[in-house]
Design a protein around this ligand. Sequence first.
Ligand SMILES: Nc1nc2c(c(=O)[nH]1)N[C@H]1C(S)=C(S)[C@@H](COP(=O)(O)O)O[C@H]1N2
Ligand SMILES: [Mo]
Length: 197
Amino acid sequence: MSIFTRGFSGRGRDDNPALPPGQYLTEDFPVLSAGPTPNVDTDHWEFTITTESGAVHKWNWEQLMALPSEDIHTDIHCVTRWSKLGTTWRGVSLDTLFAEVETEYDYVMEHSYGGYTTNLPYEDIRDGKAWIAHTFEGEPLDPEHGGPARMLVPHLYFWKSAKWIHGLTMMKDDDPGFWEQNGYHAYGDPWQEQRYW
Ligand SMILES: Nc1nc2c(c(=O)[nH]1)N[C@H]1C(S)=C(S)[C@@H](COP(=O)(O)O)O[C@H]1N2
Ligand SMILES: [Mo]
């Protein structure tokens, strides 16, 4: 019995161990937006974290920039099957932003300028797994790619990385965001191929 079929290994089509199953490599950087690119300027930019107590933690652009930023080298995987390997970002860790936040809730809704939302478990943005990214390959993040700042949660499919991030709201239950209401998977692990449900 032959088992030397490409794809049988569970690797990506390009047979690269860094590619999750069913993904292919792209060298360019596709733009995927469900609507127009909102015009968000840093003078009026604001990021909030809202908890169950009603507390609203706020940062303006200057305050975000005053926090330590980290370099992030990571692969990104879109549910439409492109993956981009070895991308370089700079951003503020969500661990830094949550340092003073008290919450017992286990889920988070990301809210973007323009109305996009996406949900994920709180633990998936903790312990060095998620950032507010403001720089891509050494340049300020392009508005088409979410500039001035986007979420970066690279271990999940890229729809979980909200562009033009505006705020996070803690949730008791895992309520679905924009794509999740339209059939995308609630969690979205690319290594498990959790594309749709
Ligand atoms: N605000 C917002 N964020 C978003 C989206 C969107 O439509 N609006 N699309 C998501 C999807 S499906 C993907 S694949 C990535 C695409 O990011 P890119 O356009 O920088 O490649 O952004 C995600 N974040
Ligand atoms: Mo996507």
